[in-house]
Design a protein around this ligand. Structure first.
Ligand code: SF4
Length: 447
């Protein structure tokens, strides 16, 4: 893809931009934005660059401070690789290519692929979304490599890796990052297997970023993930920060820890530890013996939205709440619209939380997988609700999930499959109705 970049705007300007990123400071931002504007093919991207330029004019703003952190805290090799792979390959040039290929295939081509190299894990956390898989299966290196290679042909340059605990396959992940130098490899990990040798390898390859799971402060993290895990996560973050790696935190907010995760104490600690981003997930009760009482209440979900907006206005960290930010992504992104999931057995699922599939990647090419009937059922219904604060077919619109599973004749992919989709939907309807009322009121207040 770097060749494509060079062909479009000329090698010199690209090289100059990269030099600014690697050796420069935040003072070079205006020059970099000029280059980004020239490279942008998609009109939306051009507009985005202009919005970023406006925000960064205020040197006291948290966004300017955030950019300063990226320039100063990240290792030059990682800055170089991430700038090219994320901004140029995955976004400015990848998106137009995805659109072109989507036209040809007649279905969406996503921006990112989430893939699990393994479902094995060294921890046993309460309420893990992978808890009801068999916890024994792996995807072999050849399959992982093939999926990424076929993705690149479609313009996909962002691979998210989850599990299980993906760092059980450390060597394969480094090999994949090396074999696909144009790709961003974003690993979700519990952090407990990160050690110095591995971190050195990560710096060497340059195109790996981490999201480290945490449940809040020490007591909450250890309660859900096991005793001593918080301390190990802190040590992993220290190692990554000292070596200049790019990483953030990933937190699931529940009825027990929503206020703690939104607190200044927690967010400031994450910034101090070196996180430049944070991914927030609301607890989804999937699996057999789930605890519906652990779901954040509708009031807590609204509270989190308010606080994420506050954090984004005040703190030098980029935080996203995947459900509450439905308005920014025009609703649910799953089912191949912007992303989808391949589990460690190879099942092609619409989302990490939706354990149904109609095909397995071991039997089909990536292009064929994207055309599966479950993804088509998703795409023809998205967005699932005209109120984008109610984006999800699982927890906000469970009747849509029932319709899609039936229409596509998708089969459950997890070990515990004695619960029908209707039973699952019935269980969640009360929550969906209650959140629906709150979300509709919030939207009508804004209008
Ligand atoms: S199905 Fe739900 S959890 Fe998955 S991407 Fe869509 S909104 Fe998010």
């Amino acid at each position: 893809m770097i060749n494509l970049v060079n062909n479009i705007i000329g090698e010199k300007i690209v090289e100059q931009g990269i030099k600014y990123i690697v050796n420069g400071t935040e003072e070079k931002l205006p020059f970099l934005l000029n280059i980004a504007e020239k490279v942008a093919v998609d009109p939306v991207h051009k507009q985005n660059v202009q919005s970023v330029r406006k925000v960064l004019q205020d040197k006291d703003s948290n966004w300017y401070q955030f950019s300063k952190r990226l320039f100063r805290e990240i290792h030059p090799n990682i800055k170089r690789k991430m700038a090219v792979n994320f901004f140029l390959n995955a976004s400015l040039l990848g998106v137009p290519r995805q659109k072109e290929m989507a036209e040809k295939l007649g279905v969406s081509v996503p921006w990112a692929i989430l893939i699990d190299p393994t479902e094995k894990c060294n921890l046993n956390c309460t309420g893990c979304w992978a808890g009801d898989y068999q916890r024994a299966r792996d995807l072999d290196f050849e399959t992982l490599d093939r999926v990424i290679t076929e993705g690149e042909e479609l313009g996909i340059y962002f691979t998210v890796v989850s599990g299980g605990e993906p760092l059980i396959r450390k060597d394969d992940l480094i090999k994949l990052a090396e074999k696909h130098p144009d790709q961003v490899i974003h690993i979700f990990t519990n952090g407990t297997l990160i050690d110095e040798d591995f971190v050195r390898e990560v710096v060497r390859v340059g195109n790996i970023a981490f999201a480290i799971s945490i449940e809040g402060l020490e007591e909450s993290t250890d309660e859900r993930r096991g005793k001593g895990v918080f301390k190990k996560v802190m040590e992993a973050m220290d190692l990554l920060r000292e070596h200049g790696c790019l990483f953030g935190f990933s937190a699931t907010y529940t009825r027990k820890n929503t206020e703690e995760i939104a607190s200044d104490e927690f967010i400031d600690l994450m910034i101090e530890k070196g996180c430049t981003f944070g991914w927030l997930f609301t607890y989804i009760p999937i699996g057999k013996d789930v605890d519906l009482e652990l779901m954040a209440t509708p009031e807590q979900r609204a509270f989190m939205f308010e606080n994420v907006c506050r954090i984004r206005n005040e703190k030098p960290i980029f935080v996203v709440d995947f459900w509450n930010d439905g308005g920014s992504s025009n609703g649910c992104i799953a089912g191949g619209r912007r992303y989808f999931h391949i589990n460690a057995a190879g099942d092609v699922e619409p989302c990490a939380f939706v354990h149904y599939a109609t095909c397995n990647i071991k039997d089909v090419s990536l292009s064929e997988a994207l055309q599966n009937p479950l993804f088509k059922a998703y795409q023809k219904r998205q967005p699932f609700n005209k109120n984008l604060r109610r984006p999800c077919p699982l927890i906000d619109n469970p009747d849509a999930m029932v319709e899609m599973i039936k229409e596509s004749n998708a089969k459950p992919t997890q070990l515990t499959c004695d619960e029908t989709v209707e039973e699952f939907a019935e269980k969640l309807q009360k929550y969906a109705d209650e959140w629906g009322k709150v979300a509709d009121e919030l939207v009508s207040e804004v209008e």
